[in-house]
Design a protein around this ligand. Structure first.
Ligand SMILES: Nc1ncnc2c1ncn2[C@@H]1O[C@H](COP(=O)(O)OP(=O)(O)OP(=O)(O)O)[C@@H](O)[C@H]1O
Length: 284
């Protein structure tokens, strides 16, 4: 569905590259998470894949469309929900969707149904200019589904939303994916990525460091850890101990032999911990 090879991109057309030799492939029906800190190159990649930025070096196809020769066809096949995508403030929520609906050549979803899905049906006749940031975000998200996209580009789909709405948005993404949509999702949020993505790519300073499933990454790069609760001089203490580091192993053996452990369980590494381990960087 998405294939890119050796993408390099420089905004200033000099040796300062925002993307450095980025290559990856995304299969039909995958939810692919593109993860990295601010300035890593996520938006630049998304810009190229959606035809907003030209390919400078390298090559790629999106839904069968060659990125060097973007045709109108691509806009009928993709859906885009980016933070900076505008909604028309003077139009109501419903009018916004009715307007965008007309731009597509193929079948489209019912605007009212979309507004219901994202919890905006009660305010369908209110102007978008009166909406909060979160409401505008939901309207943009709804708009991006209008044309039953084959590939759905989502930028931070749940950021800034209250937990109830964020959960609804996650459910919609899962549902649309089950119906066949391929999803390219960029985020700083490892929990969202872990929950939604079949595979993730870690990008830092324009370099794609690794692409794999969250499960494989945890198996390959996560340190096995145990969390123990133990009694010491009448106090209840806790410790996270690595099963690979000698000093931790000795401490654990001591606690077991001393009969001090009250509770013990294995701890799965988080994607964030693996990101830091592999890239030497945090996600903020
Ligand atoms: N319009 C632009 N002109 C010049 N440099 C830019 C422009 N947009 C981005 N850059 C630079 O390109 C690099 C990659 O930026 P990009 O926006 O792709 O990162 P990002 O991972 O999307 O970050 P964020 O999470 O903050 O959106 C950064 O060094 C950034 O400063």
């Amino acid at each position: 569905m998405i294939n890119v090879e050796h993408l390099n991109y420089s905004y200033a057309h000099n040796s300062q590259y925002a993307l450095k030799d980025v290559s990856f492939h995304i299969e039909k029906g995958e939810v692919f998470g593109f993860l990295g800190p601010s300035g890593a190159g996520k938006s630049t990649t998304q810009g190229i894949l959606t035809g907003l930025l030209p390919i400078q070096e390298g090559e790629g196809t999106v839904a069968g469309v060659d990125l060097r020769h973007i045709s109108r066809d691509i806009f009928n096949k993709i859906g885009v929900s980016f933070e900076q995508s505008n909604v028309y403030g003077k139009l109501t929520a419903l009018e916004n969707l009715e307007f965008y609906r007309k731009l597509f050549d193929g079948p489209t979803m019912e605007p009212l149904e979309l507004l219901k899905m994202v919890g905006l049906d009660q305010v369908k006749n209110k102007r978008a200019s009166t909406f909060s940031k979160g409401m505008k975000h939901r309207l943009t998200f709804a708009r991006s589904m209008l044309n039953y996209p084959e590939i759905w580009f989502l930028d931070e789909p749940t950021t800034g939303l209250d937990p109830g709405i964020a959960s609804t948005i996650k459910d919609i993404i899962k549902q649309k994916n089950q119906e066949g949509a391929t999803v390219f999702l960029t985020t700083h949020n490892m929990f969202i990525a872990d929950e939604l993505c079949h595979r993730v790519g870690f990008i830092v300073d324009g370099v794609l460091k690794v692409v794999d499933s969250p499960r494989n990454l945890k198996l390959k790069y996560g340190q096995p850890m145990v969390e123990v609760e133990y009694g010491d001089n009448g106090q209840l203490l806790t410790a996270s101990l690595s099963l690979e580091e000698e000093s931790d192993k000795e401490k654990l053996t001591g606690l077991i032999q001393g009969g001090k452990i009250q509770r013990m369980h294995t701890k799965e590494p988080t994607l964030e911990e693996i990101f830091i381990r592999l890239t030497g960087r945090g996600l903020e």
